[in-house]
Write a protein of this length. Structure first.
Length: 199
């Protein structure tokens, strides 16, 4: 029974030791397989053996750490390249937006100029110049209208006065003609009476 108990305890001890070693081995491998580079260095420092004042590290651990570091560097380079690509894409996007903004600004200026300018008699004229020209033309036409109206009314009054003078002159002429005819008749009668008186 003692023998059995001893073998049972020995088996149990071996089993527990195997499990502990397996966990320790998994922990070691897991520590080098995951975590940050800093935590992997800490782990490597903890599991390394001491020889005088030096640390003795297994070559497989160093190779694993080197591989992890190279993978991290490669990943970081990839992330840096990806970020550079994103930055470049954003810069390209900003430049295209800036170009679009400049084009929109130019189109706005063209629209304002097109709104303020138009073609008149085949010439491009600014609306302010056209407006000034039209008001000057309206003012000149108003002055011409006033001048010709003044001339017309002046001429009209002269014509009315001339017509009145003509009517007066015609009446005077008619009166003079009547008087002349009356005198002529008188003279003819006197002449006839004088000729009859001689005979």
């Amino acid at each position: 029974m003692k023998n059995r108990l001893f073998s049972l305890l020995l088996g149990l001890f071996i089993l527990v030791s195997g499990i502990a070693l397996a966990q320790d081995s998994n922990e070691r491998q897991g520590s080098l397989q995951s975590g940050t580079i800093d935590s992997q260095f800490d782990y490597l420092y903890r599991v390394s053996n001491n020889y005088q004042e030096y640390k003795v590290v297994r070559r497989s651990y160093l190779d694993q750490l080197k591989s992890n570091i190279m993978d991290s560097i490669q990943t970081m380079r990839g992330e840096v390249l990806e970020m550079k690509g994103e930055v470049q894409a954003r810069q390209d996007s900003i430049q295209s937006i800036q170009a679009l903004l400049n084009q929109t600004e130019a189109e706005k200026q063209e629209a304002i100029e097109a709104k303020d300018n138009f073609s008149f008699l085949g010439m491009g004229i600014h609306k302010a110049v056209y407006s000034t020209f039209m008001w000057v033309l309206v003012a000149a036409l108003a002055v011409a209208l006033a001048f010709f109206s003044f001339k017309y009314f002046r001429s009209f009054s002269k014509i009315k006065r001339a017509e009145k003078d003509l009517v007066d002159l015609q009446e005077e002429f008619e009166q003079h003609r009547k008087n002349t005819l009356e005198r002529e008749r008188k003279l003819k009668r006197e002449l006839i009476d004088a000729q009859m008186g001689k005979s």
